[in-house]
Design a protein around this ligand. Structure first.
Ligand SMILES: [Zn+2]
Length: 732
């Protein structure tokens, strides 16, 4: 579909943004080129990607597209360059060129046009796929099937895949990068969908992979990360030879489920990208903000871009609903990431995405100083662990149910369900929290937090346990669930909890794995944590628990489990076939301790998983009450009001920014959001250093002034209502 420039302008209503067409140095572009050349990427605020298909060299109109990108006030853009398919006249052997390239240099001409407008250009290199034309010359690069034939893509069988352990990336990709560096004034490189941090490498039948076929899961994971790190270092060195201002932007997209050590990978780069484009099915809306929290834990404020998809579901040439897109962009920017707006191809069969992006980016550009974050203000940290994802066997299903079919005891559960349950409960309780990488369980890594939550962080080293002890001794409060610290860092079962001293708990003898049966927890004594449940005999407990010894009287105990599947069998009394008195008893369901300034809560149950997987409202309430009790309601930020929100609080270049994202929507946990359901008045209280006086405040989204009252270190204000999201910007 070819378009004239006029048609293009009218269909994208770019004409209304004419001011940007006549001024090549937009404020953002100016911003980028006047800053330190060496570290220009530190000042990025807005990015995009134009992803080419092989046919694009035949009809892509560079001028039209540059006009659109300029209207977004971009700092940098990613353009498809080569690796898999060269979009420039490559001279390199075994580097497949677009069959539609002809005499054109699509990448080079596009780059020059963008750079004239002050937009930096990053070359996108696809390293996973190789055209089968190359196979006859370089069979060793290809992933091989068991029968000795090369693996072929199921939809486009003329495409093969590069073998993970082959020398393809080290040998060929570095040559591609060198050629691009020699031809173009490029500002950086990006390797698409690589490294893969979410799953173990595919071991194929190539000579490279065969060498590793007898390794254990753990050994293979170690070899894979070493191989990945070596390749990243090599690419980095290749890129840096041309100039220190050229950057290798590494794709580290695993979210909370990644199995490779994200920090180890992140430490090798100045710029991380999280390819978190959108959601489908039952992925919750907070998925993008959660990825932002992961990225902040990994990069600690260094630049992170998030690829924001314009498309919906698998339809690459479509537009996402406007409401879903806005909330995805807002999560990206509120969580501290830089949006990277992506479209595939030169055709515009559905151009609705263009106006959505332009409006958001232009709004963003007006508010740069409020998105230049210095530090998260959160005092609560929630730990996540790549090591747990890689090595922990989370229990799968419990036996029972109505039909009583036997359960495969080898089936594994999802290691991220525990964190997801905590996440849900904390959002419901309106807590402001960071995610903390388990590598940061050190005194330095924990110094900003008053309370720490360990959602079934089953693997802990002695050193990590020691740091947590130090955290508690210094007055930090701790909440841990289930098998936290029951295994060492290699995944080997310990004789007792690594945190047994902190919580005064011990495993009952003979422990091999958690007990799996639907169970209840009895309400024993009055306590703030269970205040809503006074007068009740019991509440849902969970599906798995750990029998422990813990001194003292407990506020909830595990009721000896009784059958739950067939209705006639569901009673907690002795029966001739089974004496309930002989069943496992005297097990706490929660252990609560106070030591000095520390308040400690341990759940020997999968309470967090059951908030997420089973939707227990009571269990969510217990977690929220626990966190409130631990922090003694002395948190530095509170947001009171109705509705389901996620709150971010940042120290910024201007002062402080409190972001409130409105998730209150029937499509909160199932894609996609159709429209917003505004929430009413929100009452905010923020504690800031008493030496700072807030001089001015405004609401950035509704573009209104904001009246605040400051009494010493406490700043209070009201937001009358929130449509999609709101940001209260406080100027110091
Ligand atoms: Zn292989």
């Amino acid at each position: 579909m070819k378009q004239t420039r006029r048609e293009f302008l009218s269909t994208t209503s770019l004409a209304t943004a004419g001011v940007f067409l006549t001024n090549p140095l937009t404020s953002s572009a100016f911003h980028a080129i006047t800053n330190s050349e060496d570290k220009w990427y530190l000042n990025m605020r807005r990015c995009a990607q134009h992803n080419f298909n092989e046919h694009d060299p035949a009809n892509l109109n560079i001028e039209q597209w540059v006009d659109y990108w300029v209207s977004l006030k971009l700092d940098a853009i990613i353009l498809t360059a080569g690796g898999f398919i060269a979009m420039y006249p490559t001279k390199l052997e075994n580097h497949y060129k677009s069959q539609f390239l002809g005499n054109r240099d699509l990448f080079g001409d596009y780059l020059k046009a963008l750079k004239k407008k002050g937009i930096r250009v990053i070359a996108r290199i696809e390293t996973n796929f190789i055209h089968m034309d190359i196979y006859k010359n370089k069979p060793e690069w290809f992933e091989m099937n068991k029968d000795g034939t090369p693996w072929r893509h199921s939809e486009t069988p003329w495409i093969g895949r590069s073998c993970f352990f082959s020398n393809y990336r080290n040998e060929q990709i570095t040559k591609v990068i060198n050629e691009i560096l020699s031809l173009y004034d490029v500002d950086g490189f990006f390797t698409n969908s690589w490294p893969e941090v979410e799953h173990a490498p595919r071991l194929c039948n190539s000579t490279y992979c065969k060498a590793y076929k007898n390794l254990t899961e753990k050994e293979l994971a170690d070899v894979a990360i070493e191989h990945t790190l070596t390749t990243i270092k090599l690419i980095n060195e290749t890129v840096k030879k041309k100039g220190s201002n050229i950057v290798y932007n590494v794709n580290i997209a695993g979210g909370i489920g990644a199995i490779q050590d994200l920090q180890k990978v992140g430490n090798l780069t100045n710029w991380m990208t999280t390819d978190h484009q959108g959601r489908g099915g039952g992925t919750p809306i907070w998925d993008c903000a959660q990825q932002g929290k992961v990225a902040y834990a990994v990069m600690k404020g260094r630049p992170v871009t998030n690829v924001v998809g314009t498309k919906t579901g698998p339809w690459r040439h479509s537009s996402k609903s406007e409401a879903e897109t806005i909330l995805w962009l807002a999560q990206t920017t509120s969580s501290g990431m830089i949006p990277w707006w992506v479209w595939l191809g030169s055709d515009l069969p559905d151009n609705r995405w263009q106006a959505i992006g332009r409006k958001y980016y232009q709004w963003l550009a007006k508010n740069d100083i409020h998105f230049t974050n210095k530090k998260s203000m959160s005092k609560i940290g929630v730990v996540f662990s790549n090591n747990v994802n890689a090595l922990y066997n989370a229990p799968g299903r419990v036996p029972g149910g109505y039909w009583g079919d036997p359960v495969d005891t080898n089936s594994k559960g999802n290691t991220t369900d525990y964190l997801q349950g905590i996440y849900y409960a904390l959002l419901e309780g309106r807590f402001v929290f960071d995610l903390v990488h388990d590598n940061d369980l050190t005194s330095e890594g924990l110094k900003n937090y008053k309370a720490l939550i360990l959602p079934n962080i089953a693997l802990l080293s002695d050193q990590q346990a020691e740091s947590l002890k130090g955290f508690v001794n210094n007055g930090g409060s701790l909440l841990a669930t289930f098998e936290t610290g029951l295994y060492n860092e290699k995944g080997e079962l310990r004789n007792d909890f690594a945190l047994s001293e902190i919580f005064d708990i011990h495993l009952k003898s003979g422990y091999t794995k958690p007990k799996g049966q639907v169970f209840y927890a009895t309400v024993e004594t009055e306590h703030e944590i269970i205040k809503e449940f006074k007068g009740l005999e019991h509440l849902p407990g969970g599906e798995f628990y750990i029998p422990i010894e813990a001194s003292g009287k407990h506020i909830m105990n595990i009721k000896p489990p009784y059958p739950n599947g067939i209705p006639e069998m569901v009673y907690p009394y002795s029966r001739k076939e089974l004496d309930s008195q002989e069943q496992d008893s005297n097990n706490p369901a929660i252990v609560v301790r106070e030591k000095g300034d520390s308040r400690l809560v341990y759940f020997p149950t999968d309470i967090d998983k059951n908030v997420w997987a089973r939707g227990s409202v009571d269990l969510s309430k217990i977690i929220q009450n626990s966190v409130r009790w631990m922090t003694e309601d002395k948190l530095n930020i509170s947001v009171e009001g109705d509705g389901y929100v996620e709150v971010f609080a940042w120290e910024t270049e201007a002062g402080f920014a409190i972001h409130i994202l409105n998730y209150n929507n029937p499509n909160m946990t199932r894609a996609s959001i159709r429209r917003f359901y505004p929430i009413g008045q929100q009452k905010i209280r923020v504690e800031i250093p008493s030496s700072i006086t807030i001089k001015k405040a405004e609401l950035l989204r509704s573009e209104k002034g904001l009246e605040i009252t400051q009494t010493g270190s406490i700043v209070e204000f009201l937001i009358p209502s929130i449509e999609d999201f709101e940001i209260a910007a406080l100027y110091k």
